[in-house]
Design a protein around this ligand. Structure first.
Ligand SMILES: Nc1ncnc2c1ncn2[C@@H]1O[C@H](COP(=O)(O)OP(=O)(O)OP(=O)(O)O)[C@@H](O)[C@H]1O
Ligand SMILES: [Mg+2]
Length: 256
């Protein structure tokens, strides 16, 4: 049984079809990738999954429960957490306070008796933020601030974790740390859904990858299959944008 199942989801913004009949699933114990060129609909799909965007058609299931019309906070209580492409942290609060806010919120609505302070310290160590635990997040690099956001999402003990470009702004060491954490979280049974333009990272940690292009699912498979997929090549090559060509080269290098 999949933790997340998205069925025939469609989102239209006026004349733009941001998502057209997308099916996707994310299972416990693995990192699932969601990739595609800019504007493909990845963030929109995250918004549908978390309840920030109502789909014009289709359904979202969490553990086979239909949550299509549930509010974002109701889904959070079903143990869904996310990070945002445009980084959303409490800038004037410290690293520790950012994580503690989430740990305390989680304790207030869950019945496991975890101590939020203990959870917070465990996550600070796990994400490698001990040296900046007392720093206001506004004073941190983008890479570290992204790790704070990751830590905050982990503090709600999600079963489904959605990450929207967590690798953007991270240096090589931070990216290695991120890859290790994602594999560990999946190893502990979490379902992780990863949107990421860093193809090397995607190919390294994902066991299954879904590819969107112009709101349509154009491929689904393991890293080797995705690398060999002609529709994926066409989607990334059918653009003038150098960044996307670089992404395709990374796909090839990562798998070869
Ligand atoms: N609130 C909105 N109103 C109108 N159009 C929108 C809105 N949000 C997204 N879109 C459009 O929907 C399409 C999908 O956008 P989305 O942000 O989901 O893509 P993405 O795959 O996350 O892209 P990126 O890799 O650049 O983050 C784009 O054409 C975008 O312009
Ligand atoms: Mg996006």
């Amino acid at each position: 049984m999949s933790v997340l199942r998205v069925e025939a989801v469609e989102v239209r913004f006026g004349g733009v079809t941001a998502l057209g009949g997308v099916d996707l699933q994310a299972d416990a114990g693995r990192v699932t990738g969601l990739i595609g060129p800019n504007g493909a609909g990845k963030t929109t799909l995250f918004n549908v999954i978390t309840g920030l965007q109502t789909p014009t058609a289709g359904r979202v299931y969490l553990d086979e429960q239909d949550v299509t019309h549930k509010k974002p906070h109701q889904r959070a209580r079903l143990r869904v957490a996310r990070t945002f492409q445009r980084l959303e942290v409490f800038g004037s609060l410290t690293t520790r306070e950012n994580i503690m806010v989430a740990a305390e919120a989680c304790q207030s609505w869950s019945n496991d008796n975890e101590n939020p302070k203990v959870v917070t310290e465990e996550i600070i160590d796990r994400v490698g933020l001990r040296d900046v635990a007392e720093s206001p997040v506004d004073a941190l690099s983008t890479g570290l601030a992204r790790l704070v956001e990751l830590g905050r999402s982990m503090a709600t003990r999600p079963r489904l974790l959605l990450l929207d470009e967590p690798g953007s702004g991270l240096d090589n060491n931070e990216t290695d740390g991120l890859a290790r954490i994602l594999v560990e979280l999946a190893g502990e049974g979490m379902a992780v859904l990863l949107v990421e333009h860093d193809m090397e990272l995607v190919m390294r940690v994902c066991s299954e990858i879904f590819v969107l292009d112009f709101g349509r699912l154009i491929a689904r498979g393991n890293p080797t299959e995705i690398q060999a997929d002609e529709a994926v090549h066409a989607a990334y090559l059918g653009t003038e944008d150098d960044a996307k060509d670089t992404a395709l080269e990374q796909v090839e290098e990562a798998v070869l």
